[in-house]
Design a protein around this ligand. Sequence first.
Ligand code: SF4
Length: 404
Amino acid sequence: MQLIDKLSILADAAKYDVSCASSGAPQRSSKGKAGVGSTGGMGICHSFTPDGRCVSLLKILLTNFCLYDCQYCVNRRSSDVPRARFTPEEVVMLTLDLYRRNCISGLFLSSGIIRSADYTMEQLVQVARLLREEHEFRGYIHLKTIPDADPALIEQAGRYADRLSVNIELPSDASLIRLAPEKTVGGIQRTMGAIRYQQQAVEGEARAPKFAPAGQSTQMIVGVDDSDDHSILRKSQTLYRQFRLKRVYYSAFSPIPHSPSTVPLAAPPLLREHRLYQADFLMRGYGFRAEELLDKPGNLALDIDPKLAWALEHREQFPVDVNRAEPALIARVPGIGVLTAQRIEQLRKQRKIRYDDLRRLRCALDKANPFIVTADYRPRQDSSESLRLRQQQAERPVQQMALW
Ligand code: SF4
C-alpha cells in the first residue's frame, strides 16, 4: 500500500478521538465543505503547549487494526473498514516531512491495539524515541497511552512526549463492561495512576528529566450510553482530583457505519457536548463543584448556559456588591469572568466601583445587571427577570466560550 493511501485511512480513523483541542471547534465552511483553514477535515488537529501557544499537529493512528471490539468504535475488530498500518519509521518520516514544510508543529499519535498492550505501546514509544533521539525533533508530541501497558513503557513515553492521554471512554463502569468488554476500568485507571506517579516523581526536582510536561488528558464519549450529565460531570471531577488531569474532552457519539445494535443510531445534540464543556470550564477555572452545577440526576439545560442556570437557581446569593464581595463570588456573576473579577478587586482598592467602570472593564452587563450592586446601581427585584434572561439567552446563537 502506498504511503498516501495509508495516510488517508489512518488520518480519517483518528478523527473520532477528540482529546486534542480543535476537534470540538465548529466547521467554518459555509458550504459544508472543508476549505482553507477548516478544522472540519482530518489529519491535522490543534493543541496548546504549556506556555499557551496553539500548535498544529499531525493527527494519525499508527494502525487501525485492533484486537478489541469496542462497540462505539469504527476501528473495532468486527468493523468492515479498510485497514492499514504504518511502521514507526514511516510515521517519523511523515512527521519530519510535514514539519519541514511548516504544515505542522508536532504529532498526535494513537493506535488500535495489535498483538498486546505492551507491543502497541512499544511501537508508539519507538516513534517518539526516533523523533527525539535520532532526529532531534523538538516539536510537540502527544502520545495516546494504551491501558495496562507496562509502567516502564509509560515512563519512557513520558520522557519523550509532551502530553500523554488515556481514554476513560465512558463515565460508568457498567457501560464500559457492556460496550468495551476487553477494557477494564481498573486497567484504565491504573495507567492514569502510573502517569500521575511519574509526574509526582519529577515534581519539585529541578534536575529531574521532564515527564509529559503538558500533563495528561482523557476523553469521554457522550450519548452512547444512558449516562446523564450529572454522572459525567461527577466522573470528570473525580478524575481531575485523583489524577490531576489537565483536561477531560467530551466527544458526542457519532453513529458509525454498520454500527451494532448496542449503540444508538442517532447522535446526541451537539449542544449537549457544548454545555458539558462549559460546565467543565466552570469546574476548572471558577471553582464550581459538579454537584453545584447539577445537584440531581439529569442533564444540563440546553437552552441556557450552566453559569446563568446556577445563578438563577441561587438568587439568594445575589445581588453581589462588587465593592465588597470576594473575587471568587464576583466571578460567579454571569457576564463576569475570573480576570475581570481580579481587575475589579484591583480597582476597588483605589476607589468605589461605579456602573460605568464595569462597562469599561468589558463585563457583559446585559447578563450581569440583575446580579450586581455598584456604588450607583442596584437591580430592581423583579421575578420576571429570570424569565427574561432565559428567553434572551435562548434566542441568542450559542456563544463559544474560551474552552480550550
Ligand atoms: S481499543 Fe477499542 S476504542 Fe481503541 S481502537 Fe480498538 S476498538 Fe477502537
